[in-house]
Design a protein around this ligand. Structure first.
Ligand code: 5AD
Ligand code: SF4
Length: 427
């Protein structure tokens, strides 16, 4: 989401005559787009700010701005604590940046952090930079109001709002014309995408179909689905279009019914497993990935075992695994205790990581001998004689170059694997 937002910021400033510098040493303004989801994300930014002091001394004139969720969370306080920060801009205030920079140039220090109920940056065509020219993100909605007990996002990104579907389709068409072959539709909870206008209503399944119709050459992905809202209707639309990728990211967060209730997730383990069953039934080739948190408030060994059991049952293809980090202002901070000792959180996280590593390897071993259509994304990092790409299930496949080039679809048979990568051969 931050990556997509940076492209919007880039578009807003490019229109006013600014340009993106490839080299930080030449930049007049350094904009740092930040995350606030866990404390370590914020600590990394603090460290980065300290490192940038040397550059500032050397250059004399360079202004640093903090964008995104950490800016929204801390507002003016951030400028008080970090004296080398000249400006702070929240996620709904990026349109103000050109006017702000004019004042900052004259020596002012400014914070703009008003959240909006309607801003979707729908009319802004993002300036893609640092891109492979093949895959791109399209932001389809902003904000979240699910208020999971551990999560800071509803406070830093504000109310949920959906973007006009026609502007989304137009953005996808523009990307296809420029040679892009894959888009990922982004939102905190894409299943609750909902657009109302005089000509009718558009929900997420219809939106997916509209984007899939743009071109059969364009692959469509999405992130993230909240399990409580994952409908059969969406799965059926996914089944209907070959170019909608068969991969679902379905954050489970915990396998324990008690934890899920405390987390305010609005589903039980049984209900979640029911959704997994629906995915297998309607989309037999679909891969499933997840997010999980180890050591949430009051988590017992038994709760932790329930999470491991969930991983054994679902057998995820990939998981983003985190230690719980208490965030200011959340329900957890106000009403619960961060009472799982750090060593216990670390040990539980390591157990989840070890189990998932084993499962991912076994899942990949089952892929050996299978043949997939792969969208070539670029030259392999290991060897320029090899290319890499992804199959519909979002698995990375590396293979000998032969005559293929990035942007093409090729058919690849898997011959070997590691836990993270499939290795194959063009057929
Ligand atoms: N501590 C740890 N992980 C968190 N996440 C969200 N908030 C926290 C927190 N306070 C994780 C969730 C979410 C992912 C984006 O980040 O797993 O799905
Ligand atoms: Fe945070 Fe929950 Fe919203 Fe995801 S759905 S952004 S975890 S509040």
């Amino acid at each position: 989401m931050n990556f997509a937002d940076s492209e919007i910021v880039s578009a807003i400033l490019t229109k006013e005559g600014y340009s993106v510098s490839k080299n930080i040493e030449n930049a007049d303004y350094i904009l740092i787009n930040t995350c606030a989801i866990r404390d370590n994300a914020e600590q990394r930014i603090r460290k980065r700010l300290r490192e940038l002091r040397a550059l500032q001394r050397q250059r004399g004139w360079v202004k640093i701005g903090i964008l995104g969720c950490m800016a929204e969370r801390l507002q003016k306080q951030l400028m008080e604590e970090e004296e080398n920060v000249a400006f702070v801009v929240g996620p709904d205030a990026y349109r103000n940046l050109p006017a702000m920079l004019t004042r900052i140039q004259q020596g002012e220090r400014l914070a703009e952090t008003l959240l909006s109920e309607s801003e979707t940056y729908a009319d802004i065509e993002p300036v893609r930079y640092d891109t492979n020219g093949i895959t791109a993100y399209i932001s389809i909605m902003r904000g979240c109001q699910n208020y999971c007990a551990y999560c800071v996002v509803p406070y830093t990104r504000g109310r949920e709002r959906s973007r006009d579907p026609q502007t989304i389709v137009n953005e996808a068409k523009g990307l296809v014309e420029k040679g892009y072959r894959e888009v990922t539709l982004l939102g905190q909870n894409v299943n609750s995408y909902h657009w109302r206008s005089e000509s009718g209503e558009v929900g997420f399944p219809e939106l997916m179909a509209m984007v899939a119709e743009v071109s059969p050459l364009l692959r469509v992905r999405f992130a993230t689905s909240h399990p409580k809202d994952l409908s059969d209707e969406l799965l059926q639309v996914m089944a209907r279009y070959d170019n909608i990728c068969k991969c679902i990211h379905l954050p489970v967060q915990s396998g324990s019914a008690r934890m899920l209730k405390l987390m305010n997730r609005h589903y039980t383990p049984e209900w979640y497993l029911g959704r997994i069953e629906a995915i297998h039934r309607i989309l037999p080739t679909c891969s499933i990935t997840t997010d999980v948190i180890a050591g949430f408030c009051s988590e017992t060994e038994e709760d932790h075992q329930a999470t491991l059991d969930m991983f054994r049952q679902v057998r995820y293809d990939y998981a983003y695994m985190f230690k719980f980090s208490m965030r200011p202002n959340t329900y957890a901070e106000k009403h619960l205790k961060d009472d799982v000792p750090d060593e216990t959180k670390t040990r539980r996280l390591e157990e989840i990581i070890a189990l998932q590593g084993q499962i991912a390897l076994e899942n990949n071993q089952k892929e050996i001998g299978k043949t997939y259509e792969v969208l070539v994304e670029g030259v392999s990092h290991r060897s320029d004689k090899q290319l890499f790409g992804r199959n519909s299930q979002n698995k990375v496949i590396v293979f000998d170059r032969e005559n293929a080039c990035p942007g093409q679809y090729v058919t690849v048979t898997v011959t070997r694997c590691t836990a993270a990568t499939l290795i194959g051969k063009i057929v």
